[in-house]
Design a protein around this ligand. Structure first.
Ligand code: 5AD
Length: 429
């Protein structure tokens, strides 16, 4: 059997990037990527453990892929479930050949060559080789600037699964960014679990410095970053966002709850009032800024009054998009000591209310674009209809449009918006 691999990715952008790293390393070793598990000699699941549901899915999926073992294929598990469960994965699913955590991707050989079956350390030397990344997009590159997280939000498993914060050096990020741009990736996305906590271990530069430097790399057309923590939104960072035309007018700023009492129990390090102040100061500084957020409902002790505050915060801010989740108790997190989560029925009801409110706000925001001409970075063809072109605006809306199919990806196009769809805009280049 020649060496082929199949990989499934769940979870956040960091996991997407880990897949790009794993894939790149495997290709360097002569593996070819396939899209069908039954064609692969190595099957990898790159897993997520942010909520219990994501974790359950892993074992269900492993059970399905197990049949591939009969013809001699190997199975590997990476990502946050790998880190969290380690050896326990092999106990529960002994047919899994190896387990490799997010801190050890640079040590994939240990697992591939059978020297270690469970590789889940956070070695001092994280061995990050950007030259071997297998980037899936011709126009966009994701670049890790800081790994891990030092915030200790009481609900969150990330500090356990991805370790303490480790920032890359300023010089290495800039080198990777320049290299990505030279290969046509004119849109850069700087990534970190708390990206704006970045601090160069060599020169002490912070995220505002880094963003400012990346934004002016010759050839860069657009720079985004994800995920920002509200407590790390400095005035200097907002200045850089305003001053650099390549920095996207879109910010993902997870709020989690609109109630200061809940935020305190979550250890989010800001109040409702402070969050609203940050949004207002960014909006007054940068007109047209679009925000997205994450919300958790049903956190232990969340009363109906607390929940109403979340709805009212949403109505005040008017997020362009929003991701909402029912609280899910995670092993080893401090929130486990805060008492029982609210009942599942109540949490489901609250979740539905969040979605309903968001849906109507989002429709109004999208309707506001009709008749206007927006600048779109052309990305390619729509997945659903290859006769339609697709791209995104500076403020991160997906736009589908008719136009010249020979337009090179990465081109900036004026598109007249004819219609607002459910989550996207529709127009003509
Ligand atoms: N339960 C529910 N949602 C969670 N998130 C993180 N941990 C949990 C949890 N234990 C959500 C947060 C975070 C997003 C990535 O996932 O909203 O911002």
């Amino acid at each position: 059997m020649d060496n082929t691999f199949y990989i499934e990715t769940w979870g956040c952008q960091m996991n997407d990037l880990d897949t790009q790293r794993i894939s790149g390393q495997l290709k360097l070793r002569g593996y070819r990527r396939v899209e069908n598990p039954s064609d692969a000699s190595l099957l990898m699941l790159n897993t997520c453990s942010i909520r219990e549901k994501s974790e359950h899915k892993v074992f269900t999926r492993l059970g399905q892929l197990r049949t591939e073992k009969a013809r001699g294929a190997r199975i590997g598990v990476s990502g946050c479930v790998a880190q969290q469960e380690g050896e326990a994965i092999i106990k529960r699913a002994p047919y899994v050949d190896f387990v490799i955590g997010p801190g050890s991707i640079g040590y994939l050989d240990e697992a591939l060559e059978g020297r270690q079956r469970v590789v889940i350390g956070f070695p001092e030397d994280r061995r990050y080789d950007f030259l071997s990344l297998d980037r899936p997009s011709a126009t966009r590159a994701q670049i890790t600037v800081v790994e891990g997280c030092n915030k200790n939000c009481t609900f969150c498993i990330v500090p356990t699964t991805r370790g303490r914060e480790v920032s890359r050096t300023f010089a290495s990020v800039l080198e990777e960014a320049a290299h990505a741009v030279s290969s046509g990736r004119v849109e850069l996305e700087l990534l970190g679990q708390t990206v704006n906590a970045y601090r160069c271990p060599a020169g002490g530069q912070d995220f505002a410095d880094l963003l400012g430097a990346v934004a002016v790399i010759p050839g860069v057309r657009r720079v985004r970053f994800m995920t920002s923590h509200p407590a790390e939104m400095s005035a200097r960072l907002i200045d850089v966002m305003r001053e650099q035309p390549t920095v996207s007018r879109y910010l993902h700023l997870p709020v989690q709850s609109g109630s200061s009492a809940v935020l305190r129990r979550m250890k989010r390090l800001y109040t409702r009032e402070r969050y609203l102040e940050i949004i207002a100061s960014i909006r007054s500084s940068i007109p047209g800024m679009q925000f997205s957020t994450d919300v958790i409902v049903g956190f232990p002790g969340e009363t109906d009054a607390d929940f109403q505050q979340t709805l009212s915060l949403m109505a005040t801010v008017r997020f362009g998009s929003l991701f909402a989740f029912k609280y899910s108790p995670r092993p080893g997190t401090a929130a486990l000591r805060l008492g029982a989560p609210v009942s599942d029925a109540v949490a489901s009801d609250r979740l539905a209310q969040v979605f309903a409110l968001q849906e109507s706000v989002q429709q109004e925001i999208l309707q506001g674009y009709t008749g206007k001409t927006v600048e779109v970075m052309h990305e390619g063809f729509s997945k659903h209809d290859p006769s339609i072109l697709t791209g995104r605006t500076d403020d991160n809306w997906t736009v589908n449009y008719s136009g010249d199919p020979s337009t090179p990806p990465g081109t900036m196009l004026p598109v007249r918006i004819a219609e607002a769809r459910h989550y996207t805009l529709r127009g003509e280049a």
